[in-house]
Write a protein that binds this ligand. Structure first.
Ligand SMILES: [Zn+2]
Length: 260
């Protein structure tokens, strides 16, 4: 039997049902029916690669949620939902974000028309709008048996992470990686290799992971972006990013010695 998943968001919070004292889950089809009267705007439908379908909609809650439901940010929902539900929750969120940010044509200001699942068109100037993807790179830099970890000023919490940044127009991904490492830490790197990628729906990113080796230079941090940058050994690691992130997957792969 194929799943039907319902992703109902109030602002940037997902509605989950309290399946038991400790267990949270997406609302069932019946529960989603109960909440449908709160939906504002379009109900988006998309197919699941594994079979089945999903619906995404925004709800407006005037007071509180009906009994038995809770609101939760998508990142936190990672700890409660099956991975596929978390992943498709990201897709649902990106669709809703795109929908709410493309009500008017950015060229001429006319109201847009929603013509296909992920295409809108301006009836006046014919400009077409698709969901934007903001591409960013993230890199684990090795120096001998150490890895470069940084603390960004915008990190929530006290963990360390990896150098990361947005792709700029006209850049290759490898150029982006080298530039970000140089800008943030003053280091030159080599052997930049693809590792993997991850949709990062906060709000519409794609994070592309790389590994690299230290080549030369002394650490000189970019103070507006970072508070610390240093090389760490496996046996002396600081607090790491959460398991849901590709940053953590890169660090775990390096810890296991899986990076060639
Ligand atoms: Zn227009």
């Amino acid at each position: 039997m194929h799943d039907t998943l319902w992703f109902l968001f109030h602002n940037d919070k997902l509605i989950l049902c309290q399946a038991s004292e400790e267990r949270l889950a997406l609302p069932s089809v019946q529960q989603a029916e109960m909440l449908k009267s709160l939906v504002v705007g379009t109900i988006h439908r998309f197919a699941l690669l594994e079979g089945g379908e999903a619906y995404a909609a925004a709800v407006q809650l005037d007071n509180t949620l009906p009994e038995g439901f809770v609101l939760m940010g998508l990142r936190d929902a990672y700890d409660y939902l099956p991975y596929l539900h978390y992943k498709y929750g990201g897709r649902a969120y990106e669709l809703l974000y795109w929908d709410s940010h493309t009500r008017f044509c950015p060229v001429c200001g006319s109201p847009t028309q929603h013509l296909e699942a992920i295409m809108k068109k301006c009836p006046s100037c014919k400009h077409e709008l698709y969901p934007p993807i903001a591409t960013a790179t993230i890199v684990l830099v090795r120096r001998g048996d150490e890895a470069l970890l940084v603390r960004a000023r915008n990190f929530r919490g006290s963990h360390y992470g990896l150098v990361a940044g947005f792709l700029e127009p006209g850049e290759t991904l490898e150029e982006c990686v080298a530039r970000e490492v140089m800008e943030e830490t003053g280091l030159r790197i080599c052997n930049i290799r693809y590792f993997g990628n991850q949709p990062w729906p906060y709000p519409c990113g794609l994070m592309i992971g790389f590994t690299a080796d230290y080549e030369s230079g002394e650490i000189a941090i970019q103070a507006e972006e970072l508070s610390t940058a240093a090389f760490f050994r496996r046996d002396n690691l600081p607090e790491l990013p959460r398991k849901l992130s590709i940053a953590r997957q890169l660090i775990e792969a390096w810890k296991r010695g899986d990076i060639a």
